[in-house]
Design a protein around this ligand. Structure first.
Ligand code: NAD
Length: 485
């Protein structure tokens, strides 16, 4: 445990207000657990609504100055932060594995992916553009400028403790906004270490606060009711997203909502089956299945279903389950006992409705919240596991006969975040991609996310986009200035 202790000792655990540790929180502290052992890793400050308003005071004090800071200077700070995260990649990776549970190789992948949002948006900061045209009537000129939205609140989930923060902080700071981040209660340590990195990178005081709390609504409520806050950006469940959208109406806040998913993974009869199995392993098992983009429903042409299922079962049955920091581990624990119980409930319900367990099918005994990598075949299309987000290492397979049936099945959900299709036909790829009600479509690829591409959902999967050239727009207001000619 030595290098664990050393790492944990380097993480600030106090209130992080305006870019530095502040006095002890009145709210006391709360414990952060290691999901692989159930042991306490650290105790962190438990912020209150009053602390949140102090963070907003601090953001408002410097908002004007930060907005007026040269884009190149903002860019250099973001770029330095990217470099510092990269230099400390092993620390960030181990910390995420300890507090969230994912295998170390996956945590390393998240460090590369998550830090890239800082580099990408450092490159976007100097490219914020407006426009200038002659009015069509010839009687005037149209000048369009962009300005930062203002102080923002970011609320992030536990499944990607670094990346879900950087893809909000990166564009906000690049645009000239100040930001208060409220990380998930289960995984606050990664965001606190990132806060330290920003201080080391020379981010001016006041611009960034990180409020860890066991009372999310107690912190977000007073902030969202305060007219000085101008935006809330959220990643998490659709249920909480809807609450925040309602609350944001009070002050008519800008909102970005990255919510739940129920991704279809469609394998057509003309697919390269080995490639489809590789893709399904990535789309389903990455992050232990705890991803909003996780392939929740494997919808496979009946003519190749048994072949595909047999190959996938062999791969999933061979996966190594264990604490994320151990060599060779591919699947770590689920985040909490509650999450493990909810996965078990969905599997039991599917089996009761006729699904066949091809491998796995139950929790793993012992300390920690492990669940066996599982494949279910013959899943009834009206079972809960098809309708709800599984958020665990369970592949649920259903069949189809025609392309229209596959499209209807894929779209039969209130969600619309990611979708995957496997086919060797270019015509079919594009036809089906057009027909899918989804913000992201992967064609013959099992990992879609890229900091340089717009990420976000349709239907109840959310509003707005993160990443790409679109991502910074979420933090900018458009102003039209009319000029008399
Ligand atoms: P969650 O909605 O329970 O929590 C997310 C965040 O919201 C946490 O920080 C939590 O403390 C906070 N929160 C909870 N209740 C709140 C309230 N009443 N007011 C203010 N804040 C509140 O979600 P989770 O279980 O942490 O994360 C899993 C969910 O996130 C899944 O549904 C997943 O699909 C979704 N997710 C979406 C994306 C995406 O980009 N679309 C990415 C990752 C995860």
């Amino acid at each position: 445990m030595n290098n664990f202790d050393e790492l944990l000792a380097a993480v600030p655990t106090g209130l992080w207000i305006g870019g530095r540790q502040s006095d002890a929180a009145e709210g006391g502290v709360f414990d952060v657990h290691n999901p692989a052992t159930g042991e306490v890793l650290a105790s962190v400050a438990d912020a209150t609504g009053a602390d949140a308003l102090r963070a907003l005071d601090s953001a408002c004090r410097v908002q004007g100055e930060w907005a007026a800071t040269a884009p190149r200077v903002r860019a250099e700070i973001l770029r330095t932060a990217w470099q510092l995260v990269t230099d400390r990649a092993e620390d960030f990776a181990l910390l995420m594995t300890l507090e969230m549970g994912k295998a170390l190789a996956e945590s390393r992948g998240e460090v590369a992916y998550g830090s890239e949002f800082l580099r990408w948006f450092s490159e976007e900061a100097p490219r914020i553009q407006g426009r200038y045209t002659t009015a069509p009537s010839g009687n005037g000129r149209i000048l369009v400028t962009k300005a930062p939205v203002g102080p923002c609140l970011a609320i992030t989930p536990w499944n990607f403790p670094l990346a879900m923060g950087t893809r909000k902080i990166g564009p906000a700071l690049a645009a000239g906004c100040t930001m208060i981040v409220k990380p998930a209660e289960a995984t606050p340590l990664t965001m606190l270490l990132l806060a330290q990195v920003f201080a080391d990178a020379g981010l001016p005081e006041g611009v960034l606060s990180v409020l860890t709390t066991s009372d999310a609504a107690g912190v977000s409520g007073p902030l969202m009711a305060d007219p000085r806050l101008r935006k809330v950006t959220f990643t998490g469940s659709t249920r909480v997203g809807k609450v925040l959208i309602e609350q944001s109406a009070q002050q008519v806040l800008r909102t970005s909502m990255e919510l739940g998913g129920n991704a279809p993974f469609v394998v057509f009869d003309d697919a390269d089956l080995d490639a489809a199995v590789d893709g399904a392993m990535a789309a389903k098992m990455r992050n232990g299945g705890e991803a909003c983009t996780a392939a929740n429903r494997l919808i496979v042409a009946n003519s190749v279903r048994e072949d595909f299922t047999a190959k996938l079962t062999e791969r999933i049955a061979a996966m190594v389950v264990g604490p994320g920091w151990e060599d060779g581990t591919q699947i770590g624990p689920l985040i909490t006992e509650k999450q493990r119980d909810s996965v078990a409930e969905l599997v039991d319900d599917a089996v009761a409705s006729g699904a066949r367990v091809r491998t796995g099918g139950g929790p793993v005994d012992g300390p920690g919240w492990f669940y066996q990598p599982t494949v279910l075949d013959n899943v009834a299309t009206d079972s809960r596991i098809v309708a709800e987000e599984i958020f665990g290492p369970v592949a649920a397979i259903t069949g189809f006969d025609t392309e229209d049936e596959a499209i209807d099945a894929a779209n039969a959900t209130e969600y619309g975040l990611a979708a995957y299709i496997y086919t060797q036909s270019l015509d079919r790829s594009l036809r089906v991609a057009d027909a899918l009600e989804s913000g992201l479509v992967g064609i013959n690829c099992g990992v879609i996310s890229d900091p340089a591409a717009p990420f976000g959902g349709v239907k109840q999967s959310g509003l707005g986009r993160e990443g790409g050239t679109e991502g910074i727009e979420e933090y900018l207001e458009t102003k039209y200035i009319a000029l008399e000619s």
